[in-house]
Every structure is written in structure tokens, then in C-alpha cells.
Design a protein around this ligand. Sequence first.
Ligand code: C2E
Ligand code: CA
Ligand code: CA
Length: 744
Amino acid sequence: MRLLALDKRLRPFATRRVAVAGLLLVLALMAVMVALIVLSALDRVATYANYLDENRSRETLVGAVETFEYQLGSTLLDYTAWDDAADMVYVGKDMPWMVSNFGDMTYDSDLFDVAIVLDDGGRPLMAYSDGQPVEGAASGYITPALLGLLEQVRSGKSGPVPQALGFIRTQKGIGAAGVALIRPKSGTFDRPPAERVYLAFIRHLSPPTVKRISDAYVLRGLALVPPSSSSTEVPIIAPTGEEIAALAWTPRAPGDQSREQVESLMTAALVIVAVYCLLLVIIGNSEMRRLRADEANAIKLAQSDRLSGLLNRAGLHQLLEAEVRRGRQTGEDVVLLYLDLDGFKEVNDAYGHATGDRLIRAVAAGLTVLVGKEAGLARIGGDEFGIVLTGPDVLDRALDLASAILSFFDVPLALGDRSVVVGCSIGLCISERGSVDGAELTRRADMAMYSSKDGGRGRWTVYDPKMDEERETRNLLELDLRAAIGRDEIEVVYQPVVDAKTFSLVGVEALARWTRPGFGPVSPDVFIPIAETSGLIDQLGLCVLHRSLEQLKAWPSLKLSVNVSPGQFRDPDFVDHVAAVFEETEIDPSRVVLEMTETYFIQSPDRARQALDRLRKFGLRIALDDFGAGFSSVGYLRQFGFDRMKIDRSLVQALERGHRAVEMLQATVALARSLGIPVTAEGVETEQQAVILRLAGCDQLQGYLFGRPQSPADIDAFMLRPMELRAKAAELAFAASRDHGVLV
Ligand code: C2E
Ligand code: CA
Ligand code: CA
């Protein structure tokens, strides 16, 4: 559960990391996309500008070519629809006139550079090129294409004006050509076809001419080229439809130029975008690193204990799992030591939480030194610590460490101006070559630690599989006990308490008995501790109280002792419950003594005192039970003002061993008596013990010598033999005076 919680605490970091990475990626993508969009927009603008310019240039050039041809046509019209020419050609057949008016005009002329006079059969009467007569048949100019134009005129297909135009290829190159009938400008023309004469002009697209067109129309690099499919040329088409050449120009590409203009700006913008992306990467990186560091910190924080600075339970779990995993690979053993402080709660209750915290810090510091750097140390809970050891001879080292830790706790710990004594119970468990996983290792070490506690604290215990069996047995026992209490199957027996002088019965102690179905009688030393740890003691205690008070009605002359466990005091309503039972049974509380061991008075002195005061106000009396078995401080006697003290049977049985024990007992009883506290001795088995105890000052005795715990019927019978007992008492008194030289 805790580990799940840890995961939950770390989840925001992963989410934030993903968010930051995502955001940065989106920002970078957006920047790149904007850059791409701007670039392609610019490219489109440039391409479109180029396209527009190209179209304009083409239209201009098409116009220029048409104009070129048109100009030739109008020149030809001037020369052929001419009265003088008709006279000179038809009437005078004047060759010199023709030469000077047609042929010579070809010299250095912008309008035409070849002039040919043809008869109706297409034969040349005169042919001039660039001011020079053309020798021979002038077949280099009178091409089939030119003759085609002539044919158009002759056949009248050229329309109302007897003139035909078109581009042709000649020996000189490509040019516009025109053929027209020479005729008077006005009046009728009635020559028979065979006599008709025609004038042909050719205007070549010579390089200077092309250059002039280029300059006039602002078309850069205009040149005559063979026809191709290039988009920056205009075809020159012959009347037959054949593309005989093309005029190509060098595109100005204004788009490219504008692009060049903004290229540096664009480069700058791209650099800025690149820098922006780079910055994003850098920022992202450092943000990621910061997040990762935060996460590492959070993990560390989540795995460490704030008070001691050690690992906490989650941290220990992580460490254990890692070591066990490693052990599985390397074949190394892992040992876990589970520590629980003895008496920490008492220090906390007595001196407050600040002192408790200081104690934890002091213990943590001490353990850190003892454990060294090689091992892992964690604070698992309030006063629980865990130590993880690995490496060679790990169990031996762990046992040495456990002994060292126990010696460390032998010495009182100095906390400021106070010094406190706490102990430590240790459980150990080994995971051989990582064969036991972390959780199970923890459970086993914890169980071994409890075994140390049960065994009397301040010791170490290595886990034994038997502990699991015991735990199981105990669990089953607990189940049966719960059922028995529920069914009111707990019996009560009564042990006689006699007057030390007369040996007459003065009271009884109520003792619980349980016969477990299928198992037989179970000793209270077994089921009472189980009832205490399982919380069943509240019910069980009241049950015994109720029964014995009912029984007491039958014994009006006797007093009753009832045992109360420390655990019952933890129930805040304990006193009320007790009062209710008295009310119900109508027993006078002054007839009853509650017996308590000192453990509770050590653990919670303040609360114990409050509870005692209330019980006493109610009329009950309180005895300190088992004095001499545990800490047995006379200080408690004085502090809590007990009404009676019961000397533990271990002390009584020690009497056999000699004078020192006798003196000890005498001193103890004397002290109690000096405080005005009467003393009962329990576990009296021999007459000799009885004598010594009486001489020491005990006013009541209890033990097998006088009677075992027995049924109410047996107690009834017991009361019928008082005489016999008195005789025994007298006898004993005599024996005592003889042994000790004392007369009673
Ligand atoms: P305890 O209060 O010290 O009770 C006296 C125990 O000593 C009884 O053991 C009794 O049988 C035993 N005993 C009495 N005289 C002699 C003797 O001469 N020699 C020896 N060897 N033993 C003697 P028992 O009945 O087994 O009870 C054990 C303990 O269980 C009690 O010790 C008491 O602490 C606890 N207990 C018993 N009944 C109750 C109960 O109803 N409530 C609570 N809270 N504890 C109980
Ligand atoms: Ca008792
Ligand atoms: Ca006792």
C-alpha cells in the first residue's frame, strides 16, 4: 500500500515530464511549420511573379513578331499598289527603274533586305539582296514556301488585296516574306494573268534585327533558335503551319530577383527559427534535468524518514528488493535485522513527544555508527528499525552486530539533561542467495523480533520456521478462546488465602480456567497472554469478575481477590464496566481486592494513577501482584499507594536456597510494612516457608500448602475444617520457634 502511495506521489513528475516534452515538441514543430509556410509562400509569390512576367514577355514578343510581319506587308503594299510602278513594269518594262526602285532599296534597309520581281510562272525578272543582284535563278530565295505565297496571290485566295504574307526559311535564314501583284493604285487592272508581274520582299530576322526588336520591346537576350518546347520562346510559324524557328528570350524572373532581395532576410529569419528551436531544446533539456532531479529528490524524500534522516519503510522495501534481486544473481546472502525498542512508549508517555523524538534521533545516530557504511539502515515505524546486510559471512556479521547493538542499549542514553534507559529486541532472518523475497523477509524478521519480545526482551532471535507453526497454533487457540468467552465457557476456581497467624481462611483468589474442546485444560499462563494481545482480555476479565462476585454472595465472611491485566486499563470505560458488575451483583466493593502487576504502572504512570484513584473512590482496594518477579521497585509501592503487596512465588521458593534470600525477603516485607502496606506471600508450598514468611511479617499466606485453586464446592468443604487447620498452625508455630529461636 505504501509503495502504491509512493507511485502516486511520483506520478505528477512523469505527467509533467511528458507535458514539457510535448509542449516543447509542439512549439518546435510550430516554428518549423511557420518557417516552411513562409518559405513556400515566398516561393509561390516568386514563381507567380515569374509566371506573370513570362506571360507578359510572350504576349509582347507575339505582338512584335506580328508587327514585324505587318510592317513588311504595309511596305509591300506601298510598293505594289503604285501607279508609277504599274506603268514602269507593264508598259515600259523598265528594268533600270525596277533596280533603282526595288533592288537598290534592299541595301541597308530596315524594311526589307531582299526584293524579287517575279513573272506569273514564278521566274525572277530581277532579284536583289542587300543592294546586290542575286546571281542565277535565285533559288535560295525563291523557295517552295515563297512560291506558295505567290500561288495564294495568283489564285485569289489571299483575299481582296492581292498580297500574301508569311514566314519562310531562305538561304540567309528566317524571315518574313510577302508577295503582291504589282498594279495601279487606282483604276482598273485588266492584264491577263500570263502577263502579270509580282513583287516579293523578304525581311530577315538577322541578328541586328533581332537585337533591335530586343531593345525596342525590352526583351532581354532575344535570339533566333531552333524551335523547342521551352516556355520562354515564341515559335515562328510558316504558312504551312510548320514551326521553322523560334524567338527565345532570357526571362527576367522578377520573382527570383525579389526572392534574392529578401533572401538575406529569409536566411536571418531561418537562423532565428533555428536558434529558437535550439533554445527550446536547451530549455527543454534543462527543464527535463530539473524535473528529473526533482523526481529523484521526491523519491529520496518519499523513501526517507524525516525525523531520523534514515530510510523509511518504503525505502527499506526498495533496498531489500534490490539486494534480494542482486543476491539471486551473485549468489550472496541477504540478512535483515528487525529492531524494536523496549520501553520507548514509556519514555514517550513519561517525558513527552519531544523527548521521544530526541530518543529516536539518538538511537538513529548510534545505530548509524554501529552499522557502518556497508549496510542499509532504516526507521520502519515509530520505534522500529531495520538493517540490511549483505556480503560474505553475513549471518555471523549480523549476529555480531546484534550483540553490539544490545550492548549499546545497556548504557543509559543521554538526552540533553535527562538520561533514559531503553532496550531493544531484535529479530534476524536470512535470505540465502536471494531465495526469500523482501516482503517475506520482513515478515519473518518481524516475527523473530516478536519472539525476542516474548522471550523477555533485550535479546536477538533468528527466525525459525517453527515460529510460523507457533503463530498458527496461537491463531487457532485465539479463535477457540474467543468462542469459549462468547459461550461463557470460562470457569473460575478459587484459591484459599489464609491468615498467617491462625491459618484460618480469610479470602480467596479467583483464577480463570479454560478447558479447550478437543485439547483439555489450557494453562492461564498460555491463554491469558493471548487474551491480552488479542484484546479478548476485556471481556474475559469482566466475565471472571462477574462470576466470582456472584459466587462471593455465598461466602459472606470471605474477601475476594481478582486479577486485572494491564490491557484492561486501556479500555477507557474499564472503571464503569467494573462498577456496573458490582451494582448488578450488589457486592460491597470493600470486600474485593484487584490484583495488578506493575507493568502498567511503568508503562503509563499518569493514566494508571487516574484509574486507580477512581477505583479506590469506588471503594475497591488494589494489590500489587507478583512483587519480586519483574522490576519490583519499592518506589512504585510508595508512589501509587497500594493497599496490599503480594510477594511472588519465585521469591518464596528461593527461600530454600539460604540466608541471603531470607534476608532479602525480610527486608522487602519490612519496607512494605514501614509504608503501612500489608503483605501476602503466594506460592507457599512448605511449612518451613510458611514459618519464615510469617516471621518476616506477612499477614496472609497463599499456596498449595493451604489449598490449590479449587471449585466453589471444595471451598465450602474447606470452610468446614477450621479446627484442623488451627491445630496445624499451632504445630507450625512451635516448629518455627524451635528452628529460629524466636517465640511467637
Ligand atoms: P497469579 O495471579 O500470580 O496467580 C497465582 C498463580 O500461582 C496461579 O496460577 C496459581 O495456581 C499458582 N499457585 C498458587 N499457589 C501455588 C503454589 O504453592 N505453588 C505453585 N507452583 N503455584 C501456585 P494459575 O492459576 O495458573 O494462573 C497463572 C496466572 O494467570 C496468574 O498468576 C494470573 O497472573 C493469571 N490469571 C489467572 N486468572 C486470571 C484472570 O482471571 N484474569 C487475569 N487478568 N489474569 C489471570
Ligand atoms: Ca494474582
Ligand atoms: Ca501472583
